[in-house]
Design a binder for this molecule. Structure first.
Ligand code: ATP
Length: 433
């Protein structure tokens, strides 16, 4: 049976500029008699007939030198070299091609970054997380167009199985547990039974992974189309609790994640992180943020989740919008998005109004306008502006003229200005805002 033409399929998925870049890389490698391969997720997705965004290449030779030469003949392509890892990236119009020097890896201790040395293609495939990612497509030489599959990844792809390359895989690098759960959901695969036994046995090695690496893998999970399925799986495997003992996941949180997507097309990672921390106590949330080495904004969102949760009883239907703004504005918006997704009824409704409208509402008058009305400059202006904003939020003033009337009254500038609203808005009547 003739082999399907994988190279044609691979290039067909690229933009014109991407195809030109791949062509230049292949020509350069051929001219130097170097073996160049497509590897990893791009070959996996090619076989699964799934779209793939980035192309990963491996060269048995000096990848940065190859990329540099290939890039000289290309316009509008940026070539970045990473000398430590002997890799290079070509980026251009809607494409990205990573070229790496084939390498072997050894782990000095669990969770450490591996020691790297140049190796063969086989070494390079053996260092990978799952057999499904350990396939290569030869782009040059006599075998150009051949699929190279020393670890039977194609059979596992066919069977929908995630199988590690060896028994110590999760111990070497426990981020593979998170990666595997992500692939399960994304590809509709299952862990192969022996791999699953090793995974369960080695869950504790998540302890050996640095916060930053855990964070990066967790964020990849959160960027998947339905992260709740992955989080539920990780919880079932005991992996969430291994990230931090306080972390768990249940159907209620899963619904909240789905709800968050209904509220926002692409929920920001910060809101997802806040939702993940929704049921934690303040010390637990702080400990989680520290364990995951979250960025400042991410940590703020996570630490604010318990504060947001504590506000639920205060967000009843009869609370005026100005009070809602006072309660919610100290929180970072991602924590309020988490609240809107996790709560139901009036609190969810109030949070959404806040996020979509109330937090942006400003009085028509500003400090200059107040001075033009005759107010003496000074700190009192700030107080009056706050009162105007509250009155606007609560529907007590609508037009600029309403605001002027209220401002005069608050500033004692217009003793005769009386209106039904004025009576309600006498200075001192709105304490507690
Ligand atoms: P994605 O679409 O999620 O990017 P991908 O398979 O391209 O999928 P990357 O994270 O870009 O994943 O990694 C590229 C390749 O590098 C993977 O296919 C895998 O073979 C390998 N890889 C990445 N991280 C690890 C790891 N921690 N352990 C072993 N191999 C890894």
């Amino acid at each position: 049976m003739p082999q399907p033409n994988f190279i044609d399929k691979l290039t067909a998925a690229l933009t014109t500029a991407g195809r030109e870049a791949l062509d230049a890389l292949t020509r350069t490698a051929r001219a130097r008699s170097l073996a160049l391969y497509a590897v990893g997720g791009s070959v996996r997705d090619l076989l699964l007939e799934r779209p793939t965004l980035d192309l990963d290449l491996t060269l048995e030779g000096d990848a940065p030198a190859l990329a540099r030469t290939a890039a000289t003949g290309l316009t509008d392509v940026r070539c970045t070299i990473h000398p430590t890892f002997r890799t290079a990236t070509l980026k251009g119009d809607a494409f990205r091609i990573d070229v790496a020097t084939a390498r072997a890896e050894t782990y000095q201790r669990p969770g450490a970054l591996p020691t790297i040395r140049p190796g063969s293609l086989r070494d390079d495939l053996f260092r990978r997380d799952f057999t499904a990612n350990a396939l290569a497509l030869a782009l040059t030489g006599d075998r150009a167009g051949d699929l190279i599959d020393p670890f039977h990844g194609a059979a596992d792809l066919e069977a929908g199985l995630l199988r590690t390359l060896h028994e110590a895989s999760f111990r070497d690098d426990a981020t593979r547990i998170l990666r595997g759960a992500r692939y399960e959901a994304r590809l509709g695969f299952r862990f192969e039974p022996q791999t699953l036994r090793w995974l369960r046995r080695d869950i504790r090695y998540l302890d050996t992974i640095s916060g930053r690496r855990l964070r990066d893998e967790l964020l990849r999970v959160l960027r998947e189309p339905r992260p709740e399925r992955i989080l539920m799986r990780l919880h079932g495997l005991g992996a969430l609790a291994a990230l931090h003992p306080s972390l768990s996941f249940d159907e209620r949180l899963a619904s909240a994640f789905a709800r968050l997507r209904e509220l926002r097309d692409e929920p920001p990672a910060t809101a997802c992180l806040a939702l993940l921390a929704w049921e934690l106590t303040p010390p637990e949330a702080a400990a989680l943020a520290a364990r995951l080495s979250l960025t400042r904004r991410e940590a703020e969102a996570v630490r604010a989740a318990p504060d947001a949760q504590a506000l639920l009883p205060a967000l009843s239907a009869d609370v005026p919008p100005s009070r809602v703004v006072d309660l919610l504005s100290p929180l970072p918006p991602p924590a309020v998005w988490a609240l809107a997704a996790a709560a139901e009824g009036p609190p969810a409704d109030r949070a959404l109004h806040y996020l979509r409208r109330w937090r942006y509402l400003k009085p028509a008058l500003d400090g200059h306008a107040l001075v033009a009305l005759g107010a003496p400059p000074g700190p009192r202006l700030g107080e009056v502006l706050r009162r105007l904003k509250a009155a606007k939020l609560d529907g007590e003033v609508r037009t600029r003229r309403d605001e002027e009337t209220l401002a005069r009254s608050l500033l004692g500038l217009h003793a005769s200005a009386s209106s039904p609203r004025k009576a309600r808005l006498q200075p001192g009547r709105r304490s507690g805002r």
